[in-house]
Design a binder for this molecule. Structure first.
Ligand code: PEP
Ligand code: MN
Length: 338
């Protein structure tokens, strides 16, 4: 349920509504928009007697949120969510570029790549330390050692870092090192993990599951948001279809749909969406045109030697050219890539 306050409602009236809602057992999500204030009531509202709130001074009306995802929905919060990672604003007019290798392979590899992507214009360094691999015999990542190398790369370059966390018990450890927690496609519906990252209050990038509906993806974001963790980004990374020339099928529609249904920032991952470096640039530029708030792109100094996802990794020079090209697309849709 959302409470729409009158345009001229006073602070005192808003506080009184919040206090009443809290006394009725709701958690509050306050959206102090440009036009008016919307007070979101989080919790079971089936027994709410509407008059208890609707008759209060300053209240215009109470509106039920009909979508199954509540806090994630645009009805709940009409304005885009924006938040900062260090000096970088996510979800505003400026797009954020995250780049780096699929996996952290060594100290020198991640530091070399960090400098290269920074020079090319990336704002955030990516790199997996705990890797979700299809085969148990494949490289599983360096674990905590990899997190340490990521933190060193941040120290040297000043780039904030993003890395994947795969199990609830490891959330505190990964959050200690990383600026953003990545939930991988395979773990999108790992509810224990979603609760854990929600409770951690750390910024989260939630990848769409490879066979997930947009609604299921938003419901998973809702798990994180239900803990009052509002720093959530959605990430479209391609879905499984019958096509085999590409690793996945990039659901460009999902970017526009998610932006319409939700106020959360939407990030595109053209690397996993295509699986082939040749198609990464076209998919990346299309994402910018479609309204993505940022991108996450795999870059490796020597893709032939990569321990994972070499086929879809861009060499630093190709990535640098892509950033230049994306800037022009961004300008055409009234956005900027700083
Ligand atoms: C990754 O980012 O390297 C990764 C494993 O991505 P996804 O979860 O989208 O497959
Ligand atoms: Mn990868």
């Amino acid at each position: 349920m959302i409470v729409i306050m009158k345009a001229d409602a006073t602070m005192k009236q808003k506080s009184a509504v919040i206090a009443r809602a809290e006394s009725l057992g709701f958690k509050i999500h306050l959206s102090d928009g440009k036009e008016r204030t919307i007070i979101g009531l989080i919790g079971d509202d089936r027994d709410l007697y509407k008059d208890q709130i609707e008759r209060m001074p300053g209240v215009e009306r109470l509106v039920p949120v009909l979508k199954p995802f509540k806090v994630a929905s645009r009805e709940f919060q009409p304005d885009d969510t924006t938040f900062k990672i260090g000096d970088i604003e996510i979800g505003g007019k400026e797009l954020v570029i995250m780049a780096g290798p699929c996996s952290v392979e060594s100290r020198s590899q991640i530091i070399e790549t960090a400098w290269a992507v920074k020079e090319a214009g990336a704002h955030i360094l990516r790199g997996g330390a705990f890797k979700p691999r299809s085969s148990p015999y494949a490289f599983q990542g360096l674990g905590e050692e990899g997190l340490k190398y990521m933190a060193e790369a941040r120290e040297e370059t000043g780039l904030p870092i993003i890395t994947e966390v795969m199990e609830p018990a490891l959330v505190p450890l990964v959050a200690e090192y990383s600026d953003i927690l990545q939930i991988g496609a395979r773990n999108m519906q790992n509810y224990a993990l979603l609760h854990a990252v929600g409770k951690s209050q750390a910024p989260v990038l939630l990848k769409r599951g490879m066979s997930s509906l947009i609604e299921e993806w938003l419901m998973c974001a809702e798990y994180i948001l239900s803990h009052g963790n509002t720093r959530v980004m959605l990430c479209e990374r391609g879905i499984r279809t019958f096509e085999t020339y590409t690793r996945n099928t990039f659901d460009i529609n999902a970017i526009a749909v998610a932006k319409q249904l939700s106020h959360l920032p939407v990030i595109a991952d053209p690397s996993h969406a295509t699986g082939r470096w040749e198609y990464v640039a076209p998919a990346a530029k299309a994402s910018v045109a479609a309204g993505a708030d940022g991108l996450i792109i795999e870059v490796h100094p020597r893709p032939d030697e990569a321990m994972s996802d070499g086929l879809q990794s861009l060499k630093p020079e190709k990535f640098a050219q892509l950033v230049v090209d994306m800037r022009r697309v961004a300008e055409a849709v009234d956005r900027e890539i700083p």
